[in-house]
Write a protein that binds this ligand. Sequence first.
Ligand code: GZL
Length: 307
Amino acid sequence: TACGNSDTGGGSGGDKKIVLGFSQVGAESGWRTANTTSIKESAAAAGIDLKFDDAQQKQENQIKAIRNFIQQKVDVIAFSPVVESGWDTVLKEAKDAKIPVILTDRAVDSADKSLYKTFLGSDFVKEGKAAGDWLVENTKDATGQVNIVQLEGTTGSAPANDRTKGFAEAIAANPKLKIIASQSGDFKRADGKQVMEQFLKANPKIDVLFAQNDDMGLGAIEAITAAGKVPGKDIKIITVDAVKDGMQALADGKFNFIAECNPLLGPQLMELVKKVKAGETVPERIETKETTFTQDTAKAALPDRKY
Ligand code: GZL
């Protein structure tokens, strides 16, 4: 018989492209933009046919997108869940349709680990702990109470839950450190500014801001400056992410410390997609490598930052 290309699907050797359905959280921050770019560029480089959906930070849009991917019979589904809970039903539908699912960036709280093949992303508790450890180290000589305000990420999201947890556990080491106000700024610059304005009105003495991403910290700088205070001096600012704008603020002395959260997950995701499509086993958890920055190390690192 003719030995032309049999239709072996997207696996190795087949000539059909792997089709990946990806549901993205939205476009809320500099981190998200960099993450989306990494995913799109890596899919193209890997020869993977990417179906990309932006959920505008709404869980119902992500569920709709995943159902569409199931209808389209994509080879693999990957997504960054905007919140931790409420995924079991749609993930069971993907499992019943025999479409493997990969979690990237954020986790889900499903007890049933068979609903997804792997979770590729950062350890957000560690990021919160790194922020808290820096503050403990840098307030050792404080005489009175150190008043902290906290801008939390999107309510119900894994990064907000876990950064809050990691930070609180770390600062318990110094009883002078007190979180006097904490509220979500939804990982957005405008919301961060608004909430910081409220914090400033309600609290005459604020010593430290922990913003759970750079964008909310950058919004807060506008509010702090408008209130006649000096960011980085009158109010110390600690953030997470280390996107370019945040690293610039750190180098300029307006931020004091950043715990990096690496958004460049694209290349690893595409390797996992190929392995999962080929039926290979993959580790159930792959933790992103990342570091932290001070004002001095930010100045040195800025010229080479990719995002
Ligand atoms: C973290 C990611 C968070 C970033 C924010 O992995 O989910 O969402 O820290 C982004 O900047 O909006």
